[in-house]
Design a protein around this ligand. Structure first.
Ligand SMILES: [Zn+2]
Length: 271
């Protein structure tokens, strides 16, 4: 599962390559859009919204929907490559789901999911369910904190991954935010002493990393250990030397059964 900052950087890269250009050919390799042809549309902007990638398109022809929004999601395996015209792809062609070509570049989406094309005015149906976007221009810390507190019995370790509450956190940041705020992953949201601090830490980590090629939560000096706990099972906690533990976390909301790394000494569960 990508983190929000991955999708943010991807949107910037695609925007630099495509925005302002007219599509010369498009190929959709998903059944529901197999016959769609967007050639002639101009790419207005490529943006991220949480972990969703949105490509905004427009055309000056009255017979067509003049403004469209194309949504995709990387999920676990998805990625986009940019190629020069005629350049050989680095990945097998059968994994491609979408090819967008301009005069100068081919953007190829491999194994992306949730491809959907809607009139621009229906964009909200695609991403309206998302909570405040940690990397969005309309970030709202108070609303994010309220959303988390509205689920008082839910473990903070699963709530942070729920994109409806706040958008952009994947497993790496989830683990690191909990460590840095000294919260055991099973702490119910209603018992988190300072939810504003959790939200502020989330914002700080994603903002600090959004333009970095290499993700780091421990500070730029610690290049050997970019993370406090993530991926460090049985290694000594960087703060207290207690071996880092791993737990599978899931709750009745489902779909969040993911490995959560934590330090049992720094992150105690309050009785
Ligand atoms: Zn520790």
């Amino acid at each position: 599962m990508p983190e929000g900052d991955t999708v943010y950087r991807l949107a910037r890269r695609l925007d630099a390559a495509l925005a302002g250009s007219t599509l010369t050919s498009t190929r959709f390799r998903v059944p529901q859009l197999a016959t769609t042809d967007l050639s002639g549309y101009r790419v207005e902007e490529v943006a991220s919204r949480g972990k969703h990638l949105l490509i905004h398109l427009s055309i000056n022809e009255s017979r067509l929907p003049s403004r469209l929004c194309l949504r995709s999601h990387l999920m676990m395996e998805g990625r986009w490559d940019l190629y020069q015209p005629g350049e050989r792809w680095k990945r097998p062609a059968h994994l491609a789901r979408l090819v967008l070509e301009t005069q100068d570049v081919s953007a190829v989406a491999f194994e992306v999911q949730q491809l959907k094309l809607v009139p621009a005015e229906e964009e909200n149906e695609l991403v309206g369910h998302l909570g405040p976007d940690l990397l969005g221009t309309d970030w709202d810390a108070d609303r994010a904190a309220r959303n988390l507190l509205n689920e008082p019995h839910r473990p903070i370790g699963t709530a942070l991954l729920d994109q409806r509450l706040l958008a952009g956190i994947g497993n790496i940041y989830r683990c690191e935010i909990l460590f840095l705020t000294r919260l055991h992953p099973l702490t119910p949201c209603g018992q988190v002493p300072d939810m504003d601090a959790v939200v502020a830490m989330s914002y700080r980590l994603l903002q600090a990393n959004k333009d970095r090629a290499r993700r780091v939560t421990t500070g730029t000096a610690r290049t050997r250990d970019p993370f406090w706990v993530y991926g460090r099972t049985a290694k000594p906690c960087l703060r207290c030397a207690t071996p880092v533990k791993l737990m599978a976390l899931s709750d009745e909301f489902g779909a969040h059964e993911r490995d959560c790394y934590y330090c049992p000494a720094c992150q105690k569960l309050e009785e």
